[in-house]
Ligand binder design. Structure first.
Ligand code: 5GP
Length: 295
């Protein structure tokens, strides 16, 4: 028997509202506003949004966990893919809570590796310099490069300026987390040791590297958070690129071509931040790192 029209409309409105409420819970977890264990604790009949959320959706909303790892975790916890948070058995709930609390602790103890990439001249350097100057709790990785220093650049602060032979030695010694030839010109590489040390000590690390480097980090360090910095508009990017005045016309053309290609890669990135204002962009990048102090 078909339900009366008014009931049907009311029912579908309620379903839409319920879906919206669940989407909001997922958003809170994925943005870090709320922990997944808090959602688990609130999943009672009085809180239908939390209770009717699927466990897989809850786990999948936790930053850094993609569908493959979510599926593996669900299997390990012995929870079926269709299970809703409110429908968990006592033992399943206990296992899930232990897993979530353990994970949260580990995240806070180990610090995050955040990679800031983006097209040439988008302002990666300015945003990371702002973070270096205002967030001493974050380690800004210093790369090695074969490029000669620009006026004002200090060895060991902006880069380690090395020659080709030294760069080769660093590659052979396995000293780099990643390295690449950038703009078909000079080589740049991220020293591995300071990063692993900082992460183990609970400090978050920021890498400001090119796209090829970001892709390598994604492969070798899947937990890294990849951020793509975007210009407010293409015109603004061109203005920033030509206005910098540190490169000759040929070099500017080369960089413009690279920038266009690089912009096309934005969808490979988990996070996108628009650099309209340096301070706001820096704050958004830092918000992806766990705070050292709190659980
Ligand atoms: P610049 O020569 O203007 O300082 O940097 C040129 C490009 O090299 C920038 O896009 C910068 O992000 C990138 N870069 C700097 N350090 C590294 C690094 O260690 N690895 C990689 N792959 N790229 C880097």
């Amino acid at each position: 028997m078909k339900p009366p029209e008014v009931d049907r409309i009311a029912g579908s409105k309620a379903a839409v509202a319920a879906r919206r409420a669940r989407a909001e819970v997922k958003r809170q977890v994925s943005s870090g506003e709320r922990t997944a264990s808090d959602v688990l604790d609130k999943a009672t009949p009085e809180n239908p949004a939390e209770a009717s959320l699927r466990v897989s959706e809850l786990i999948g909303s936790i930053p850094w966990l993609g569908p493959t790892r979510t599926a593996r975790i669900m299997t390990e916890l012995g929870i079926s893919p269709s299970k809703r948070v409110g429908g968990l058995g006592i033992h399943q709930k206990k296992r899930l809570r232990e897993f979530l609390v353990e994970r949260q602790k580990r995240r806070i103890e180990t610090g995050a590796l955040v990679v800031l990439a983006g097209p040439t001249a988008v302002g990666k350097g300015t945003v990371s310099a702002f973070i270096r100057d205002h967030h001493p709790e974050v380690l800004l990785s210093v790369s090695a490069t074969t490029r000669p220093p620009r006026p004002g650049e200090v060895d060991g602060v902006h880069y380690y300026f090395v020659d080709d032979a030294e760069f080769d030695r660093l590659i052979e010694g396995g000293e780099f987390l990643e390295w690449a030839t950038v703009h078909n010109a000079y080589r740049y590489g991220t020293p591995r040791a300071p990063i692993t040390q900082a992460l183990a000590g609970g400090k978050s690390v920021l890498l400001e590297i090119d796209l090829q480097g970001a892709r390598q980090v994604r492969e070798t360090f899947p937990e890294a958070r990849l951020v793509f910095l975007l210009p407010p508009t293409w015109e603004e990017l061109v203005r920033r690129l030509t206005g910098r005045g540190t490169e000759d016309a040929d070099e500017q053309d080369r960089r413009l071509v690279t920038a266009k290609r690089e912009l096309e890669a934005q969808d490979e990135f988990q996070y996108k931040v628009v650099n309209a204002d340096v301070e706001t962009a820096a704050r958004e990048v830092v918000s992806l790192m766990p705070t050292p102090s709190g659980v």
